[in-house]
Design a protein around this ligand. Structure first.
Ligand SMILES: Nc1ncnc2c1ncn2[C@@H]1O[C@H](COP(=O)(O)OP(=O)(O)O)[C@@H](O)[C@H]1O
Ligand SMILES: [Mg+2]
Ligand SMILES: [Zn+2]
Length: 172
């Protein structure tokens, strides 16, 4: 029996995923943040630099394998809005016999848009990306997650938690 646990946020840009894990990730967990890994790998230091995204996913995947194999907890700070990306995370956990917790961070669309709008829209002269993502991207990510909600329980998560639900749904 292993205590290995994989916790992954599922939520659009601006949802509050990073804020959640800073406040609530277990103290002994290893946090895997694609934003922070991209920033570390990007020649211009940009967290949004998509040119290093594949390398960041690879590095984060290797870290996840190591931590889970050792029986630890990994917290993925990620949008996970694509089914194939969630499948990748669930496969990694499955390999290690780890428990999986999906944390759906889904505030109202306008909340995510307003939070995203608070970010710097200046495009980096080197990689061409800004910290703020275009509004339609937030919209599309949120749409993808919302339409996937009915299927999430069937994806194989041991536990699914829903943050930011309106109070009238939270009590159910
Ligand atoms: N529960 C909350 N209440 C108020 N503001 C929040 C909350 N969660 C996040 N924010 C603010 O929204 C912005 C985006 O949050 P962040 O956690 O970086 O989003 P994400 O990581 O999902 O893109 C930040 O400025 C943060 O301070
Ligand atoms: Mg974040
Ligand atoms: Zn850059």
């Amino acid at each position: 029996m292993t205590n290995a646990t994989l916790i992954a946020t599922i939520g659009p840009a601006g949802a509050g995923k990073t804020t959640w894990r800073r406040r609530h990730a277990p103290a002994d967990a290893v946090v895997v943040s694609l934003d922070e890994t991209r920033a570390a790998l990007s020649p211009c230091g940009c967290s949004s630099d998509q040119a290093v995204n594949a390398a960041a996913v690879e590095a984060a995947t290797a870290t996840t394998r190591e931590v889970l194999a050792a029986g630890g907890t990994v917290v993925w700070d990620t949008t996970a809005y694509l089914p194939r990306f969630r499948a990748h995370l669930l496969d990694l956990a499955d390999e290690a016999g780890a428990r999986t917790i999906g944390l759906v961070v889904l505030p109202p669309l306008l909340t995510a848009l307003v939070r995203n709008a608070g970010r710097d829209a200046t495009e980096c002269p080197h990689c061409g990306y800004a910290r703020r993502v275009p509004d339609p991207v937030v919209w599309r990510m949120r749409h993808a997650i919302t339409t996937a909600l009915p299927r999430l329980p069937g994806e194989g998560w041991h536990v699914l938690r829903f943050l930011d639900l309106p109070p009238y749904l939270r009590t159910r």
